[in-house]
Design a protein around this ligand. Structure first.
Ligand SMILES: NC(=O)c1ccc[n+]([C@@H]2O[C@H](COP(=O)([O-])OP(=O)(O)OC[C@H]3O[C@@H](n4cnc5c(N)ncnc54)[C@H](O)[C@@H]3O)[C@@H](O)[C@H]2O)c1
Length: 284
């Protein structure tokens, strides 16, 4: 039986792992977190986050092949595949404050994985991270590993809060990036085998590590550009007497443009990016 452990029982780790457990009954999934209240909530009737359909998924698998625990080290040690889905907030001080992602939580998770592992593992970047983070993580893992082999994959998450379960059941795409070596290809295949239990083959995209890391940031940037553009349009509407809802509806009817992410609003934000900066991104 394949054993998966996910470090970080948050908005991404919880729902993503619950759906993997539901769709892959032969896989054992443990979601671990250092936050005791969060894990207690995942083990109760009052889940720590609300997503339509999530209660139902958790009820079907919890205690069977889905477990929530604070025993981080035990579950990491036993896992074949370790997802890392910890928070990567915007740095508040030091170099890159207000812009760069704070990778402190990620780095401490990587050190812990290297410390406790006694068998080879696939380590999956689920958090949104800057391009080349996998290289830094690889260094942390290999320098501390006592001869154990790690393969790093990038598998960014594109779900949106509010539609997480629907997005996970029917993703537009699942993206898996890995090293272009025999070991890297084998690791990509192992993760693809998990998703292919419910995601159609043509929606699982496999790339090199850096394409996967960059695609997530690029998707966020494109989404942010659409909102910025329609917001700029709303200023023009105020100056000319046009109605921004009518204009965005008319523009979105063009099949080359499409209707989504075309509502003018106060701005955009997300857990990774500063919410109020004109140069920031729209996603997570
Ligand atoms: N929320 C979204 O909609 C969304 C969508 C796509 C991607 N993302 C990205 O996914 C990542 C996770 O986001 P989230 O919203 O789930 O964050 P979150 O803050 O809800 O959850 C992160 C969890 O990680 C735990 N954690 C931190 N360090 C740990 C450690 N060393 N060991 C064990 N647990 C640890 C925290 O206690 C917390 O519960 C971020 O990089 C985010 O940018 C988020």
């Amino acid at each position: 039986m394949v054993k998966i452990c996910c470090i970080g029982a948050g908005y991404v780790g919880g729902p993503t792992m619950a759906v993997i457990a539901l769709k892959c009954p032969s896989v054992e999934v443990a979601v671990v977190d250092i936050s005791v209240p969060r894990i207690n909530a995942w083990n109760s009737d009052q889940l720590p986050i609300y997503e339509p359909g999530l209660d139902d998924v958790v009820k079907q698998c919890r205690g069977k092949n889905l477990f929530f625990s604070t025993d981080v080290e035990k579950h990491v040690r036993e896992a074949d595949i370790v997802f890392v889905s910890v928070n990567t907030p915007t740095k508040t001080r030091g170099l890159g404050a207000g812009k760069a992602a704070d990778l402190t939580y990620w780095e401490s998770a990587a050190r812990m994985i290297a410390d406790v592992s006694v068998s080879d593992k696939i380590v999956v970047e689920k958090s949104t991270v800057p391009v080349k983070t996998a290289e830094a993580i690889e260094k942390i893992l290999t320098h501390n590993s006592k001869g154990i082999k790690f393969q790093i994959l990038s598998n960014p998450e594109f779900l949106a809060e509010g539609t997480a379960i629907e997005d996970l059941f029917k993703p537009d795409r699942v993206l898996i990036g890995g090293r272009e070596t025999p070991e890297g290809f084998a690791a990509v295949k192992a993760l693809k085998d998990v998703y292919s239990q419910w995601v159609p083959e043509e929606r699982i995209l496999t790339t090199n590590l850096w394409s996967a890391e960059l695609s997530k940031l690029a998707a966020n940037a494109f989404l942010a550009q659409r909102i910025s553009s329609v917001n700029a349009m709303s200023a023009l509407c105020e100056a000319t007497g046009a109605n921004v809802s009518e204009v965005s509806y008319a523009v979105g009817k063009d099949s080359r443009i499409g209707p989504k992410f075309l509502n003018s609003s106060v701005g955009f934000g997300g857990s990774c990016f500063q919410k109020d900066r004109p140069c920031s991104f729209a996603g997570r």
